[in-house]
Design a protein around this ligand. Structure first.
Ligand code: IPE
Ligand code: IPE
Ligand code: MG
Length: 260
């Protein structure tokens, strides 16, 4: 009964204006830990709990896709102990949470250059993607060793090879072809981006995909980003989108192409 009550959408949120796809840049784990006199890795551990809670909340509130930035192509430059800890954390979490994700209808995907990750992690990732492939409740994508510039460069290389092999004319290269070669080919673009910890930049995340995404920045550090903080982000989104669909979010046209 209690969990049923908790899972209800807050009454001030409009169920018809829930973003279908939310992207999150989970930032501030290190600062959260340091401010408590803890090692940075304690922040990552707590941050993983936050992500698990957010995934459940998204599912409860009718969000159909959640994409989380867990490790960027630039994050390899961190101290080796921190990188190792994160790789082990991803693997442990996947191992531990897979059964529950299966039960709850979560489809999990990973995007990024996975080939550079530890082999045992790659195996867990492959297994979880295969086992949850037909799940429908929510599509949960985790970006690991992901960088947009790397992704777009990879697309350029693949398309150039097709042209070189004579399978494609240069004139046939268009936006939809580029999109088909992105990691996110089967996912609609994010409607809302949330970044925590007060930083206001994209840090090489989904640059192509977020051309028209609404953005929400909060000073809250990722490990503290709870249901109430998420509720506030959605309220802000809904206030803007009510107007935006009619006025601003019109994808460069004079009239909005989406109905209000
Ligand atoms: C985000 O938190 C998590 C990862 C990048 C893996 P940070 O580790 O960047 O935390 P801050 O920004 O140093 O506080
Ligand atoms: C972005 O956070 C990457 C992830 C959240 C995984 P960072 O903390 O690495 O980004 P910068 O260095 O502040 O741009
Ligand atoms: Mg950071």
């Amino acid at each position: 009964m209690t969990s049923k009550l908790l899972s209800t959408l807050p009454s001030d949120l409009n169920p018809e204006k829930i973003p279908q796809h939310i992207a999150v840049i989970m930032d501030g784990n290190g600062r959260w830990a340091t401010s408590r006199g803890l090692p940075r890795i304690a922040g990552h551990r707590q941050g993983a709990k936050t992500l698990k809670e957010l995934l459940r909340c998204c599912k409860d509130w009718g969000v159909k896709a959640l994409t989380a930035y867990a490790f960027s192509t630039e994050n390899w430059q961190r101290p080796v102990e921190e990188v190792d800890f994160l790789m082990h954390l991803f693997e442990r979490l996947l191992h531990r949470e897979l059964a529950q994700m299966l039960r709850e209808g979560v489809r999990i995907s990973f995007i990024g250059d996975l080939s550079a990750l530890p082999k045992s992690l790659q195996t867990e990732m492959e297994r979880s993607m295969t086992e949850t492939l037909n799940n429908q409740a929510i599509h949960f994508t985790v970006a690991v060793n992901y960088g947009s510039r790397n992704e777009i460069t990879k697309v350029c290389r693949q398309v150039a090879q097709l042209v070189q092999q004579g399978k494609l004319n240069a004139e046939q290269v268009n936006e939809s072809l580029v999109e088909q070669h992105l990691y996110t080919a089967d996912t609609p673009e994010p409607d809302l981006l949330i970044r925590t910890s007060g930083e206001m930049r994209l840090s090489n995340f989904l640059l192509w995909q977020m051309a028209y995404t609404e953005m929400y920045f909060t000073d809250i550090l990722w490990p503290d980003f709870n249901r109430e903080a998420f509720h506030q982000a959605l309220l802000s989104y809904q206030r803007r989108v009510g107007v935006a669909r009619r006025r601003h979010r019109r994808f460069g046209q004079l009239k909005a192409s989406l109905s209000a």
